[in-house]
Design a protein around this ligand. Structure first.
Ligand SMILES: C[S@@+](CC[C@H](N)C(=O)[O-])C[C@H]1O[C@@H](n2cnc3c(N)ncnc32)[C@H](O)[C@@H]1O
Length: 203
């Protein structure tokens, strides 16, 4: 059975769960299901990522939540930064339907465009920031493409912010980001999770 969270149509038997989680000072209600990533609580790496992301560092413009799952990153940021617009994309249709529903239930639908995309395939704009908790289980090629192709989808001064565990490839991801952008900083380390950030400076 296809029970992977990183495929378009997971076949896992549905098991809807509803719970609340506080992110950036807001109580957010989530509905999740089998066949999506981190269905019982917001992934710790995503929490560290959301908290480390600095909106004051980025230019004006939209933000891309790449591999949005059921939507915790984009929804938490939209709830806090009400003046911003976001695109949320994922390859998993079950996760996308949950993200739509979660956006509606938390009153942020108007700020979000949620659509299917295999990495950047259907992403047609350039963003002020791309934020990603990459699908390590989907393999290195997907993760590396998410990081290295980000450059083609950022406006000048835009940032790529990614979370990876040290033991799941953060050091090599840092090298890749440095090679691609000419810069990469570890902006936060927490329990083995590294938050990596590169700025697109036109080179
Ligand atoms: C580690 S999860 C993070 C999910 C969500 N951002 C969160 O914080 O819970 C990575 C996400 O990337 C998605 N993904 C996997 N392969 C993808 C691809 N080729 N293109 C777009 N998204 C993909 C998965 O379906 C999954 O939802």
């Amino acid at each position: 059975m296809n029970d992977f969270y990183y495929t378009p149509n997971p076949e896992a038997v549905h098991k809807i769960q509803k719970w609340n989680f506080e992110l950036l000072g807001n109580q957010i209600s989530f509905t999740t299901d089998n066949g999506v990533f981190s269905k019982k609580r917001v992934d710790y790496g995503s929490v560290v990522l959301i908290n480390a992301f600095n909106i004051n560092k980025i230019p004006a413009g939209k933000i891309l939540d790449l591999g949005c799952g059921y939507g915790p990153v984009g929804i938490a940021l939209a709830k806090k930064y009400t003046e911003r617009k976001f695109d949320l994309v994922d390859v998993n249709n079950r996760a996308l339907a949950l993200a739509e529903n979660n956006a509606k239930n938390n009153g942020v639908s108007a700020q979000l465009s949620i659509y299917s995309s295999n990495i950047y395939e259907n992403v047609k704009e350039n963003f002020a920031a791309i934020i990603v908790n990459p699908p390590v289980r989907a393999g290195k090629e997907v993760v590396n493409n998410m990081l290295s192709e980000a450059k083609e989808h950022l406006v000048l001064g835009g940032t790529l912010t990614a979370v990876l565990q040290k033991k799941q490839g953060a050091p090599s991801a840092k090298k890749l980001m440095k090679n691609t952008f000419g810069n990469c900083e570890i902006i936060k380390k927490d329990k083995g999770y590294y938050i990596l950030e590169s700025i697109y400076n036109g080179k």
